[in-house]
Structures are given as C-alpha cells and as structure tokens.
Write a protein that binds this ligand. Structure first.
Ligand code: C2E
Ligand code: CA
Ligand code: CA
Length: 694
C-alpha cells in the first residue's frame, strides 16, 4: 500500500476509507431525512425527530472517523505519540462539531416550534375540526377533526379532503374548495368506521408556507341532526302508539295518490273506528284504555305491508293508506284481515278485552280525487259500516254522499229550530192497566220543518245528540212540558224523554231543579225517561247524576227496556222507579207464549226490585188483556191514545178518556184530532175545565 500511495504518508490500509465514506453518506442522508420529517410533523413529534437526527449524525461522524483511522498506520515511525492520537481526536471532534451544529440548529428553531406548539394547542382546543389543505390535499388537521372522523392526523395528512366526503357530498365539497370563501355548507364525511357523519363546513383562503391554501372549519352536526330527527318524529307520529299522525298520514296519502297517477295502479284508503271503545275506557280506566290502543296499533302494523301507512287520526280512529292494491279485492282482503286480528281478545292484566271495529273504504281515484274528498267518503262508508253493528267493512257508494248532504242541511236547519219556534210537543196518555184510569202523559217532541214538513224525532234526535244541540233542545222540551203540566188542575204526571248525552253532560240535575223552580211543578209530577244507551257512559258519574235527580224528588224511568245494554246489575245499581217495557216485547203478546213469559218475568223482576212497570206500544185488545193478566202497572199505546197536541187534550175529555173506561172505548182517542199548527211552548194550552170536569 505504501508503494501504491507513496505520497500519502501513513495511509497503509486505504480500502477502509470506502466503508467510512459509505457510512458517512448513508448516516448523513438518513439524518437529513429525519430533519425533513421533523419539519413536516407536529411540534411535539418534531422535537423527537430533531433529536434523533442530531444523535444519528453525531454517531455517524464519530463512527466514520473511527473507521477511517483503520486506513492509517497507527504507529508511523518517528511520530510523536500525541500526533498518533490526532486522527482519533479529529474524528471525535468532527462528530462533536456536527452534533453541536445540529443542536444549535435545533435550538435556534425551538422558539418558533414552541410558538407553533401553542398554536397547535389552540387549534386542538377548538370546538370545531380545522383542516388545512392545498388543492384538496390535506396539509394539516387539528385534534377535534381527528376525533370527529376517528382517524389519526398522519392518516388524514395522506388523504385528499374529497376522499373523505360521502358520495353525495363530493361535488359540493369540490365546489366549496374551488370558490372559498363560500357560504357554509352541510355535507357528510366518511368516518374511520365507514359510517357517515353530517357536518357543516366553512371555508376560507389563506397563505400557508408562502403558497395559497384553504382552511376549512368543520362543525359536527350529528347531535343537532339527531335532535332534529327526534323532533321530526314527534311532529309526524302519535305519541301513544308511535303510528303516523294526521300530518304524516296526509303526506303519505298525497304521495300514494301521486304514485297511483303515475303508475295507474289502484290505491285504497281504509278508515277504521273501534266500536264502543268509550265503554272500555270507562270500565277499565284511561291507562288500560291506552294499553288497548297501543296493542290495537301494533296489531294493525303487523297486518299491513311496509309500503302501507297505518295512522292514528285521534281517539279510537285509525286509517290505513294502502297503495298498489288490487282494488277492491285488495282492500277487502286487508279489511277482513284487520277485523279478524282485532277481534282476538287483548289481555289487559288478566282480563281479556274484546275489541270490535268498523272500516269504511274509499278507492282512488274513483271515490274522490282530493285528500279531503277521499277522507270524507271513507268516513261515510265507515258510518254505514257502523250501522250494521258488529265488526264489518263497507265500500263507499255515491248515494251515501247524497244522504250526507241531506244530513248536513238538516244539521244547519236544526240549529235554527229553537230560534224559529219550529219545535212543539205532543202528549201521549198513559193509563193504569186494570182500571184504565188516566195516570199521566209522555211528552214527545216534534219538528215542523218549513220545507220538509213534520220530521219525526227518530230522524233528528240522533243528529241533535251528535251535534250537542240536544242540550238546548232537551232544556226547551223540559221547560215546555213542565209548564204545560203545571197548568193542569189535576196532578197528572208528565214524562219527559232525556237523552244519555244530557245525563252525561253532568248538569242535568241543575237544569231540572231550575225548570221545576221556574214552572212551579211539584217534582213528583215529573218523570224522566232515560234509555239503556246510558250504560255505555261513565257509570259512576251517571249513578251520581241519577241520585241527585232522585234527591230532587223526580221519578226516573228506564225506557225501551230490553233493547239495549241492561243487566240485572244495572237495575240494582241505579235508582229507577219504573221500567218501561219496549214495544218489541209487546207486539207478539197474546200470540206468542214465549213473549208472554218474557213480559211476565220482567214484571215480576221489576216488582221484586220495587219498581213499577209500564208497557208501551199497545195497539190491540189482545195485547192489553195479556198485560192485564201480568200485573203490569201502566199501559200506553195507540189503542188507548195517540200522541196529540196539548190543546187537543180537550178532546180527550170529550172522548171520555179521563174517566175510567172499558178498554174498547179508548181507540176513539186515536183519531182525536190531527196536530194543529205549531204553538208557542210558553203558553200552557190544556183547558183546566177539561180535567176538572173529569
Ligand atoms: P219513545 O220514548 O220510545 O217514545 C215512544 C214512541 O212510540 C213515540 O214515537 C210514540 O209516538 C210511539 N208510539 C206510542 N204508542 C205507539 C203504538 O202503539 N205503536 C207504535 N208503533 N208506536 C207508538 P215518537 O214520538 O216518534 O218518538 C220516537 C222516539 O224519539 C222516542 O221513543 C224517543 O226515544 C225519542 N224522543 C221523542 N221525544 C223526545 C224528546 O223530547 N227528547 C228525547 N231525548 N227523545 C225524544
Ligand atoms: Ca220514552
Ligand atoms: Ca220507549
């Protein structure tokens, strides 16, 4: 080696220079790479990378120096020992110098790094995510943004912002990046777990590291969206059953109609009403009633398809929008299914409750072209279904509409009756069964309609009950009847029919007491006739009202006995004085031994409960004599006297009706006198002499 490099003294192993130089190049390059990495990383990471670079460079230089020494003769002849150490000292010095240089470089940079760290902490402390990007490439992000997407800063820095956007948001985000500053935009970003997160993004342009960049402020909207969804759900759903409410129902109905227009397929609207749900509520209490509704709702959901909408329209009213159905078979099949599953008893505690329902069906487009029309026609069909009693469904038919129109007109006219003095009373006499002595009269209301003539009470009383007009009509009837009876010189009893609505209203006792005071009629002369439909209401409240009435001293009769919902329990529980056997039991009397037996047992039962019995609808002698043999207390019917105007009662005397008569004489009363024009109810019309002359 000496001969190869004679001009370089002491270099006796020059090949060792090669690994030394290679190590220097590799170590230097790696230290340089670490420094670059440090420049790109977060302030905290940067410190680590810097120190790693410093130590690596120091170690590289020191090692390079030491390896390089192997190339030299460690003991050159005549060299001073201190000179022999020189290369080692030089290599160590080189390493030290490099390290110091790097350390100084690091130290000089530490101040701005600290500054940056503070900025970073500030950014990380922000509530919003912050993203710095250039041409879509993410340069830096703050901690909240990493937390929001569940990704590390390092991973995010390797992405473009559009890569993070949900497919439906990519275009919007690109637009926002192109034209920053842009008004805030709501988009969706993809989370680390693949789900999407709704965010609001604000953008602004800025200069970063001497080049233009875009900064995005990203606000998490998940909570707000969830709250919004909850509110939306509440707005569109029934709180009790979680079914669609009226609002959503209208929307779905409209959509289904629009779809039917497009596709030409059929669509049905089912209007469902639970029968006698009120009595379930009254008997079991409202909490249990609610339970029944919830179970009914869930059964309906189960019986329908996903594309159908089941809605609760209020109370016990439900509806189903059935799009894409094979009309009318599809609607009929669904209705039958609904009725079947609703009929299965619902368990409330240990009690099975049977629920019946009625369904009215309207088809689109044949039964109506607007939401209102369809609903109205389905409601009409429901009305018809309800009349057929028991669970049933009914399709809309155009004649129903005509009847509704008539009903509406009647309803409007009915409101005017009291103002226009169109109501008046007829009185039908009642007699002691055996002696046929006059006992009293039943007041029966009549309506003289200006165009339609006389309208029977069976046509307008139910309407008055539905509209609540029965309260004012009932008050008028009571006042007129009591005034009339108070003018009679003999204390004949007057029976006034009282609707269940009046009793349930709760102010009946007050009204009666006020009327008695105003007319001066002794309470024992007034008899109130209530029907069995009363038992469908709140029984405790009804019992209380009836007791109040009894305290006033008036008599109470259970009318139409045997046609409704009576049970022995009711007869014992309520303070009735008299039971009035319905006409339907009287008609077959004397010809049907079973009918005779029924009437006999009703009479015996009533007497055992200390109640009187009156039979109504006696039209034949056979019926009268059959009743006479049963021990029935009183009788009433066309055979003995038809309902007549108060002033016609004069002719009753003329017909000899006020005196005890043989039964054969009474039918004459039937033709006593036709009703005369409407009298003013305020004027008592019974001629005193008619009765005093008796
Ligand atoms: P109701 O209380 O059962 O009255 C008896 C009905 O039977 C009356 O009909 C009467 O005219 C009729 N009638 C009486 N005797 C005979 C007979 O021998 N044969 C036949 N076929 N019928 C007979 P009206 O006056 O048409 O009353 C019908 C119903 O309207 C009454 O039935 C009652 O429920 C109701 N109503 C009448 N007036 C009033 C009222 O002022 N208030 C209330 N809430 N309802 C009333
Ligand atoms: Ca009656
Ligand atoms: Ca009756």
């Amino acid at each position: 080696m000496q001969t190869l490099f004679p001009h370089i003294p002491h270099l006796h192993q020059p090949l060792w220079m090669l690994p030394a130089l290679l190590l220097l190049a590799a170590g230097g390059a790696y230290a340089y790479w670490l420094m670059r990495r440090a420049a790109q990383s977060s302030p905290l990471e940067r410190r680590t990378w810097c120190w790693a670079a410093v130590l690596l460079l120091a170690a590289t230089l020191a090692c390079t120096g030491l390896i390089a020494l192997l190339a030299f003769d460690p003991t050159p002849s005549g060299a001073h020992p201190a000179r022999q150490m020189l290369p080692i000292a030089l290599s160590l010095l080189l390493g030290l110098a490099g390290s110091v240089a790097l350390f100084l470089h690091h130290h000089i940079n530490i101040q701005p790094i600290r500054e940056l760290e503070r900025m970073r902490q500030l950014a990380d402390g922000a509530f919003e995510g912050i993203v710095l990007c250039r041409d879509g490439q993410i340069l830096d992000v703050n901690l909240p943004f990493c937390v929001l997407l569940g990704l590390s800063a390092q991973t995010l820095r390797e992405c473009t912002i559009t890569q993070l956007a949900a497919p439906n948001s990519k275009e919007a985000l690109e637009k926002l990046l192109r034209s920053a500053p842009h008004s805030p935009m709501e988009i969706e970003l993809r989370n680390g777990d693949g789900s999407f997160c709704p965010v609001e993004v604000h953008s602004r342009s800025m200069e970063y590291a001497g080049l233009p960049a875009t900064v995005l402020a990203v606000r998490d909207l998940s909570e707000r969206k969830q709250a919004q969804l909850r509110i939306d759900h509440l707005i569109h759903h029934d709180a009790l059953t979680n079914l669609a409410n009226r609002l959503l129902f209208h929307d779905r109905l409209q959509r289904a109609m629009a779809e039917t227009d497009r596709t030409g397929q059929s669509m049905a609207l089912l209007y469902i009403d639970l029968d006698r749900f009120k009595s379930i509520n009254d008997m079991l209490g409202h909490a249990n009633g609610d339970d029944v509704l919830v179970q009914v709702a869930s059964r309906m959901q189960d019986a329908t398809r996903r594309i159908d909408t089941v809605a609760r329209l209020g109370g016990d009213e439900f509806a189903v929008v059935q799009p894409r159905c094979l009309s009318p078979q599809g609607a009929a099949t669904l209705s039958a299914r609904l009725l079947r599953i609703l009929q299965q008893p619902i368990l409330i505690g240990a009690h099975p409750v049977a629920v019946c329902a009625s369904i009215g069906i309207a088809l689109y487009p044949q039964d109506g072209t607007t939401v209102e029309e369809l609903l109205q026609n389905a409601d009409l069909a429901l009305y018809r279904a309800k009349q057929s009693r028991g669970s049933s469904f009914c399709f809309f038919e155009p004649e129903m509409d005509l009847r509704l129109q008539e009903r509406r007109t009647l309803e409007i006219d009915l409101q005017e009756t009291l103002k226009n003095n169109q109501l008046y009373l007829h009185y039908q006499p009642q007699f002691a069964t055996n002696t046929l002595e006059l006992a009293g009269f039943e007041a029966l209301v009549r309506w003289k309609h200006p165009q339609q003539g006389n309208i029977p009470p069976s046509d307008f009383i139910p309407l008055a009950e539905e509209t609540g007009l029965i309260l004012s009509i009932g008050h008028w009837v009571m006042m007129a009847a009591c005034m009339e009876a108070a003018s009679w010189p003999r204390p004949y009893r007057v029976a006034v029919n009282v609707s269940a609505v009046q009793v349930q209203h709760g102010s009946l006792a007050e009204t009666v007491s006020e009327v008695l005071r105003a007319t001066g009629l002794p309470p024992e002369q007034l008899e109130l006739e209530v029907t069995e439909s009363l038992f469908l209401g709140n029984l405790d409240a009804i019992a209380a009202t009836l007791r109040d009435l009894k305290r006033l001293g008036v008599h109470i009769t259970l009318d139409d006995f045997g046609t409704g919902y009576s049970s022995l329990g009711y007869l014992r529980r309520f303070p009735f004085d008299t039971i009035k056997i319905d006409r339907s039991f009287i008609a077959p009397l004397g010809q049907d031994s079973q009918a005779d037996a029924i009437v006999q047992s009703i009479v015996a039962l009533s007497h055992s409960l200390k109640m009187d019995v009156i039979a109504e609808g006696i039209e034949t002698e056979t019926q009268l004599s059959a009743l006479q043999s049963t021990g029935c207390d009183q009788v009433q019917g066309y055979l003995l006297g038809r309902p007549v105007m108060a002033d016609s009662l004069v002719s009753l005397r003329e017909a000899g009706i006020f005196a005890p008569q043989p039964a054969a004489a009474s039918p004459k009363v039937a033709a006593a006198k036709p009703p005369s024009p409407v009298p003013s109810p305020a004027r008592p019309t019974l001629v005193p002499s008619a009765i005093s002359a008796d």
